[in-house]
Design a protein around this ligand. Structure first.
Ligand SMILES: *Cc1c(COP(=O)(O)O)cnc(C)c1O
Length: 499
C-alpha cells in the first residue's frame, strides 16, 4: 500500500463512509488534476465525472482561477470579517447581487444583500435563522414552521438536517432535530399519480397526470393556515432538480406554480441553489437540440441581448426571498458560501444597538478573501460568451450520449437537467422494479466505472453524471461509454425481466 494511503487508513475518518468497508481496500489518493482529469499517486488518470462532488465548474487547475487566487494570496490570505471589510468580498457581493437580478428581468423581490458563510449547510442555516426571526418580528408567524420537499437534502448541520427529509439521517439524529413538514415532491418516474406505462424516455416527457403534486402543496399550505392560524414561514426547495434526494427533476411549470401558491399564502421562498446554481442547469429545458444552442433571443423592450441566468429559479421566472449558494461558488476551489436576501429581510434586523436586533451569527472565515477572489474569477468566466457556448454544447452532447443508455434494460429512467444527469438503475424497466439498497447496485456500477478510470458516486440506485464544463466531447463519450460497459458488467445486458 502507498505510504499516503497507509496514513489515511491509520488516522483519517471519512465523511458518509462506513469505515470498516473503507479499511478493506487501498484508497485512491489523488495528487493532481487538470481540466476534467484527476491523477493519483501511481500516475493513474481518472475522469472527474461528478465534478468532485458537484463543486467543480471550469475544470481543475484552471489558469484564470489559479491566477486570481495567487494574486490575492500575494496580498493577504484572511482577515476578520467582524468589524472589518475586505476588497474581494465587497467586490464579490456586488457581482453576486448583479447576477441574482438579471438585467431586463422585472421579477420581484430584488435580492439586495449577501451574507457569507462557508458551505452549503451553513448557507441554509443562515437562511433558516433569518427567515425564522423575520417571521416572528414581522408577525408573519409567532411559531415559525418550515415546509420542504419529501426526500430533500439541505446539508448536515442540525438546522439543515431538520429541513431535510431523508429518513436515514433523521433516525440517526432523532432528538437533536426540530420538526419541519414535508410535502410531496414531483418524481414523475415513481409518481403514484402518473398513469403512464414506462417508456424508453425521460418520465417527465410522457407522464399522464393532473398535477396532483401541485394540489398536494396547495393543500398543505392551506392546512397549515387553517390549523395553526398562520402560514408557513418559508418553503424550502431546490429549483428544477432535487440533487441528493436522487437527481429528481421537476416537470416544467411545477416550480412556477408552487412558488405562486406559496406567495399567495404569504410564505417566503428559500431556494437552495447549492447544487443547481452557476449554470449547472443550463437553460433548464427538458431536452435541447442544436437549434437551441443559439444564444437567447434579444429582449425586444430593452434591445439588450440577454444571457440565460446562472440560476435555476430564474428559468421558471421565480425570484426567491433567500438564494443559498455554495458548491460551485468558487468554481470548486475553496469552501465559500453566500445567502442572498431582500431589503425587507435586511431591514427587519435594523435598530438601535440596545434593541439587539442584530443578526447574531457568523463564522471565523466569513468573507474569506481567497475564496471571494476565486469566486469573482469564476463568475467572470461563467459570464463569458465562450463559457456559455461551451455549456450549451456540452448540454446537448450529454443528451445525445445519454440516449445510448436506453439500450440497456437495467436503465429505468434517464433524466437530465442542463449539465446534471441521473441514471436510475432498475431490476426491470417494464415494471420499474427497484433493486434493494442492500444489493448495492449503484455502488457496484460505480466501482466498475472506477476500474475504467471514471470517478463518480451513486445516490442509492441512481448514478450521477455531472461533468465539469470544460469536458471535451471525447471525454464525455468515454464517461458514458464506460458507464454503459459498467452497467452491462454488473447488471447484465439481457432481458432481466424473469429474475
Ligand atoms: C451539497 C448540498 C448542500 C450542503 O452543502 P455542503 O457544502 O456539503 O455543506 C445543501 N444543499 C444542497 C442542494 C446540496 O447539494
Amino acid at each position: 500500500m502507498h505510504p499516503l494511503a497507509r496514513l489515511d487508513h491509520r488516522f483519517v475518518w471519512h465523511p458518509f463512509t462506513q469505515m470498516r468497508d473503507w479499511l478493506r481496500r487501498e484508497p485512491i489518493v489523488l495528487v493532481a488534476g487538470r481540466g476534467a482529469v484527476l491523477r493519483d499517486v501511481y500516475g493513474r488518470e481518472y475522469l472527474d465525472a461528478n465534478a468532485s462532488i458537484w463543486t467543480n465548474l471550469h475544470g481543475h487547475n484552471h489558469p484564470r482561477l489559479n491566477a486570481a487566487l495567487r494574486r490575492q494570496l500575494a496580498r493577504v490570505a484572511h482577515t476578520s470579517y467582524l468589524g472589518l471589510a475586505n476588497e474581494p468580498a465587497s467586490l464579490l457581493a456586488a457581482d453576486l447581487v448583479a447576477a441574482a437580478n438579471p438585467p431586463g428581468w422585472r421579477a420581484q423581490p430584488k435580492l439586495a444583500r449577501v451574507f457569507y458563510s462557508d458551505d452549503g449547510s451553513t448557507a441554509l442555516e443562515v437562511a433558516l435563522k433569518l427567515a425564522h426571526q423575520f417571521a416572528r418580528r414581522t408577525g408573519l408567524a409567532r411559531r415559525p414552521r418550515f415546509l420542504s420537499l419529501a426526500g430533500a437534502y439541505h446539508g448536515d448541520t442540525v438546522g439543515a438536517v431538520s429541513l431535510g427529509h431523508i429518513d436515514l439521517f433523521h433516525a440517526a439524529y432523532a432528538g437533536l432535530l426540530f420538526k419541519s413538514d414535508a410535502v410531496m415532491a414531483p418524481y414523475c418516474y415513481r409518481c403514484p399519480f402518473n398513469r403512464a406505462r414506462p417508456e424508453r424516455a425521460d418520465a417527465r416527457t410522457y407522464r399522464r397526470c393532473r398535477w396532483e403534486c401541485v394540489d398536494q402543496v396547495e393543500r398543505r399550505l392551506a392546512a397549515q393556515r387553517r390549523r395553526r392560524g398562520e402560514p408557513y414561514a418559508a418553503l424550502v426547495f431546490e429549483p428544477l432538480i432535487q440533487g441528493a434526494a436522487g437527481m429528481i427533476p421537476q416537470p416544467p411549470g411545477w416550480l412556477k406554480r408552487v412558488a405562486e401558491l406559496a406567495r399567495g399564502h404569504g410564505t417566503l421562498l428559500i431556494a437552495d441553489e447549492v447544487l443547481t446554481g452557476f449554470g449547472r442547469t443550463g437553460r433548464g429545458a427538458l431536452a435541447v437540440g442544436p437549434a437551441d444552442m443559439a444564444e437567447a433571443p434579444a429582449d425586444k423592450s430593452s434591445r439588450v441581448r440577454r444571457a440565460p441566468s446562472l440560476f435555476a429559479c430564474h428559468h421558471e421566472g421565480v425570484q426567491p426571498d433567500f438564494l443559498c449558494l455554495a458548491k460551485g461558488l468558487t468554481g470548486g476551489y475553496l469552501p465559500l458560501a453566500a445567502t442572498l436576501t431582500t431589503r425587507a429581510v435586511f431591514n427587519a434586523f435594523l435598530g438601535e444597538y440596545a434593541e439587539f436586533k442584530t443578526f447574531f451569527h457568523g463564522h471565523s472565515y466569513t468573507g474569506n478573501p481567497l475564496g471571494a477572489a476565486t469566486a469573482r474569477a469564476s463568475l467572470a468566466l461563467l459570464q463569458s460568451a465562450a463559457s456559455r457556448r461551451a455549456r450549451a454544447r456540452l448540454e446537448w452532447e450529454l443528451a445525445r450520449e445519454l440516449a445510448r443508455l436506453w439500450a440497456l434494460p437495467a436503465v429505468g429512467d434517464l433524466r437530465q437537467v442542463g449539465l446534471i444527469a441521473g441514471i436510475e438503475l432498475v431490476r426491470d424497466w417494464r415494471t420499474r422494479a427497484a433493486f434493494d439498497l442492500r444489493e448495492r447496485a449503484g455502488l457496484r456500477v460505480c466501482e466498475a466505472l472506477t476500474r475504467r478510470g471514471v470517478l463518480t458516486r451513486p445516490i442509492g440506485n441512481v448514478v450521477v453524471l455531472m461533468p465539469p464544463y470544460c469536458t471535451t466531447p471525447a471525454q464525455l463519450r468515454r464517461m458514458v461509454g464506460a458507464l454503459a460497459e459498467s452497467i452491462e458488467e454488473v447488471l447484465g445486458r439481457g432481458n432481466n425481466r424473469s429474475r
